[in-house]
Design a protein around this ligand. Structure first.
Ligand SMILES: [Zn+2]
Ligand SMILES: [Zn+2]
Length: 358
């Protein structure tokens, strides 16, 4: 099978023939249909996040079930599936029983399945999924079955961008009608938080970004107001002005920087909640205990607190009913051979999602 392997960070991926082991106990072999390039992939490829090398990026995927390992009951060969870097949960660990299936404790580290022709292990860079190849092997709980008539390029977006952004709003924060929302960083995940906020009945919904083009797009995903944080003197004041001086009930942070976390926190009104969605590294020690006296909450969201097998079919239904925008999320479509082109375009910040179509 062909795959796009990362041998060295900051270097183009190498598209080459590799070997794949058959699925083991509880595992499923999937033939890839589409894989979207996510910013987490870029973090691995550029070395911002460390991963074993050689590695195989790609974790926002759709595909067809090809072969079942022993004990798999949730899918059958030929099923159309969305594949995600989060487990839908084993159903019997404490976290699953409490209802937090995205935090399932049964994240069995499966053996490496991908190998170079020289016999060297290739590590999937997130998930583990390994979506930038013609086939992969994943845990059965990483799959959500979807209807056969769902377009597979758009289905791929349900593997990360949609569940992470929309899910942070509806599952983690549980935003209610007339609550105010700010989204800092309006890329592929951010615009999904905006459409989640619109779906929840939030108002106002404030998009914050440094690119006017992204703010313009944000309005089509439900933003009612926009703030260009690179152009206004004080982005925090700009958000407060939109909320009659009170500040927002929720700030969702998609930008991988502590400065954004700080800024989002200052935008909150009394009892506001800040949800850090993007992967952010750095030192939070600039926060003081006094800031939390107003009962503000600072929390994270693991893949939109998604219940994979429950939420993905719901998003498919919303898309079919015209209430979830997926067509508008795809900026470009590429073949696996063009993967480095797709990555360069994603790095520029102008693309929402570039999708590799197999
Ligand atoms: Zn992702
Ligand atoms: Zn579990």
């Amino acid at each position: 099978m062909k795959a796009a392997v990362c041998y060295e960070v900051k270097k183009p991926l190498i598209v080459e023939e590799i070997d794949l082991d058959p699925p083991g106990q509880g595992e499923v072999k999937v033939r890839l249909a589409a894989t979207a390039i996510c910013h987490s992939d870029l973090h691995f490829i550029t070395g911002d996040m460390t991963s074993k090398l050689p590695g195989l990026p790609g974790h926002e995927c759709s595909g067809y079930v090809e072969e079942l390992g022993e004990g798999v009951t949730s899918v059958k060969p030929g099923d159309h599936v969305v594949m995600a870097p989060v487990s839908g949960g084993c159903g019997h660990c404490v976290n699953c029983m409490l209802g937090f299936r995205n935090l399932c404790q049964d994240r069995r580290p499966s053996q490496p399945h991908h190998h170079t022709k020289k016999g060297e292990d290739i590590a999937p860079m997130a998930g583990p999924v390994g979506g930038l190849g013609e086939y992969t092997v994943v845990n059965q709980y990483q799959l959500a079955k979807i209807p056969d008539d769902m377009p597979m390029d758009r289905a791929a977006l349900l593997g990360c961008a949609v569940i992470t952004g929309f899910g942070a709003v509806i599952n983690r924060a549980q935003v209610k009608p007339f609550q105010s929302v700010a989204v800092l960083g309006c890329g592929g995940v951010g615009v999904n938080a905006l459409q989640g906020a619109a779906f929840s009945g939030a108002h106002p919904i404030i998009a914050v970004d440094i690119l006017d083009s992204k703010l313009e797009t944000s309005r089509t995903f439900g933003a009612t107001d926009t703030v260009n944080s690179a152009k206004v003197d004080d982005p925090v004041q700009a958000v407060k002005d939109i909320t009659d001086g009170r500040g927002v009930d929720y700030a969702f942070i998609m930008v991988p920087s502590i400065e954004a976390v700080r800024q989002g926190s200052s935008m909150l009104g009394p009892r506001g909640m800040e949800v850090v969605v993007g992967i952010t590294r750095g030192d939070l020690s600039s926060f003081t205990a006094g800031e939390f006296i107003g009962e503000k909450t600072l929390t994270g969201s693991m893949m939109g607190s998604t219940r994979l097998q429950l939420d993905v079919p719901r998003y498919v239904a919303l898309y079919k009913a015209g209430r979830l925008k997926l067509d508008e999320l795809i900026t470009g479509r590429y073949s696996l051979e063009q993967v480095n082109e797709a990555i360069e375009s994603s790095k520029s910040g102008e693309a929402l999602r570039n999708v590799i179509v197999f």
